[in-house]
Design a protein around this ligand. Sequence first.
Ligand code: KE4
Length: 426
Amino acid sequence: MQRSKELFEKAQKYFPGGVNSPVRAFGRVGGTPPYFEKGQGAYLFDADGKRYIDYIGSWGPMVVGHAHPSVITAVKQAAENSLSFGAPTEGETTLAELIQTHVPSMEMMRFVSSGTEATMSAIRLARGFTRRDRIVKFEGCYHGHSDGLLVKAGSGALTLGEPDSAGVPSDIAKLTLTLPYNDSEAVEALFQAEGDSIAAIIVEPIAGNMGMVCPEPSFLNTLRRLCDQSGALLIFDEVMTGFRVHLGGAQGLYNVRPDLTTLGKVIGGGLPVGAFGGRAEVMQAIAPLGPVYQAGTLSGNPVAMASGLATLNTLTEPDCFHRMQRNTQRLAEGLQSLANARNIPMATCARGGMFGFFFSTEPVVSNFSAVMASDIDRFNQFFHAMLDAGVYLAPSPFESGFVSASHTLDDIDETLASADRALAQL
Ligand code: KE4
């Protein structure tokens, strides 16, 4: 770790916290983040040459594994024809076609360069289409860092939102109402009282930014019904869950059709891509067709399109997704049984290639307050024991884990052996 320490020390001079995205600084878990020089399949190699089995996958994008030959070949070929034109290219349409095959609710779409851009644009579109200003989000869900989405519940769930970050004007925050995740009654009550003033509900249909929290059976259907009744739009933020929990995203898993969907991460395969899309009638409000402005210099970038296309073409090969799903299930069930055998309270869950675990006495963790009641110290100890053993988990209990299509059964079994030794130290 010596070289990483030196590099992290130097980075402090240039970047706040030494990083270009806060979670990378290991603030939640302490210690020095490894600096990686190479990734290959399921593995990462740090600046000191240490190998890790990777369960972050760049926070989701590396779903087919690092430096997958098909992806690298496609990116090299595209790059040789120039990196960007700022003009239409066929690759955008080809990727859109593939996305729409698996996410049919995206009747039309627009590519952007990040998940934040996707959700920010979807919110503006919903407001422009409905001519309403207020939006609803849920505690513990993260939708990127645009002002209106960095808002937490005010005191008492129905009061106006309060900024969750410095720099967000209260006049903007107050337009965002935050309710408890999985609390259908609270949403029902709000819509009974004020549904006709709501432009949209935005939700992570499986929450992945407070750790992994799955929707209760009726939750998503309740959101769908209330939006239908009130004229609000239902936005599924599938930046993390898209092509991750199911080839059709969480909407494919739970069979609930949103009005708008946002994507990111996997559809770029590691290069900057986001997308928002949905009902054609709504999307036609977007410039240049309609009055809602949205634009981007590198939107639909040809090299990023090539990376996304090669990634999704690999992921949709026969048995690829199923194999990843089976390995993820084995990991989550294995963790659960190891913790049970040692009488360590743990709640695990897995869907597709995504998993989560909490050191919690609750058999199922279903909202933010239950997450906050879990044993954070135990998580930190477990995280570091696994990192020392060469297993790279998310450096925060409020993140999710990701298995790639390159992980093998041996990798899972090696991980579980390390987990058993780590649990023994708790
Ligand atoms: P980006 O702007 O980071 O591409 O996407 C924002 C975003 C939107 N919606 C959901 C559901 C997301 O999970 C994200 C970003 N996820 C985090 C991981 N929790 C990215 C990692 C980071 O912030 O460094």
